[in-house]
Ligand binder design. Sequence first.
Ligand code: M6R
Length: 365
Amino acid sequence: EKGPYRHFMLKEIHEQPDAVSRVVGQFIDRGAGTLAVHTPLSFDFAALPRLTVSACGTAYLAGAVGKYWFERYARLPVDIDVASEFRYRQPPLEPNGLAMFISQSGETADTLAALPYCADNGQHIASVVNVEESTIARESGSVFPLRCGPEIGVASTKAFTTQLTTLACLSLVAGRARGVLSGADVEALIEALNRLPGALAEALRAEPDIAEIARRLTKARNALFLGRGSLFPIALEGALKLKEISYIHSEGYAAGELKHGPIALVDETIPVIVIAPSDELTEKTISNMQEVCARGGRIILITDAQGAETHGAMAAEIIVMPQVHPFIAPIVAAVAIQLLAYHTAVQLGADVDQPRNLAKSVTVE
Ligand code: M6R
């Protein structure tokens, strides 16, 4: 039931602080402040030559963020592809690698079809799913359940942030097992994860401001989302979310790709949503933002208080997210792009829970 919420999507957006808190509890002993994995692992992170991820849509984009984390914190090479391409590509797989399938429903046809190829080619099989009785879960050696409750809105929200949180936790488990992260490194990153539920609750408090910004976004026919590093897949997710529920054409780009083509689109009619919380790459993204400004583009900047103070002057509108460790910043920014898409779609009178032409679970190819 929707309770006090107008749509399931909004209810599910608001469930995220509790949902991610439960995920963190599956991987971290909060009292001791140490990693404590509840799922028995059918593989050894220390021995993996490579991680191969297959998924579709938003689940794929969660995996794309995960790639940044596994490579950085565990020095584990990651290949990721949309399942519909992976399944027909017949990629060579190194023996004893880990194949990971990410799916809310656990029934997506292409993701499911990619699994036997990996099993037949010497991979351990792991899945990150919400529906624990699903086919993908049943065919996996290790299952990491999201346990975020049924997701009714066609647009994935709480499944996405719980997928991200699961991957973030697993990247630390892998980093520790592979001897990449020291005890002190892990402690700082665990502290960041412990702060995540509170940070998402704080992010939700920006909703009235975001709804106001959305009012102006409804006038746009096209929108561009930019991000760098682990925020790049969040830019892609921002564009996916906006287009699927509001029907405004939107594209996500790696900020550094701007001058390789998309900047040709920029004029005063196109809102450019720049996702740039404070981290080691902020300056780079901001210089791309300057290029957009110089061509008359209207910037909506998603950042934190520090970013707003330093770089806010250039933006037409600013969405201020809580100041967090860069590790969890993509999960926090996800809330901002979800609320932006939601309020834009609602103000356009769209059916946000059941967008045209879409099914919740894509069980045919
Ligand atoms: O059930 P799955 O996670 O496998 O579904 C994957 C995609 O179909 C899904 O994420 C889709 O892209 C959503 N509509 C995005 O909001």
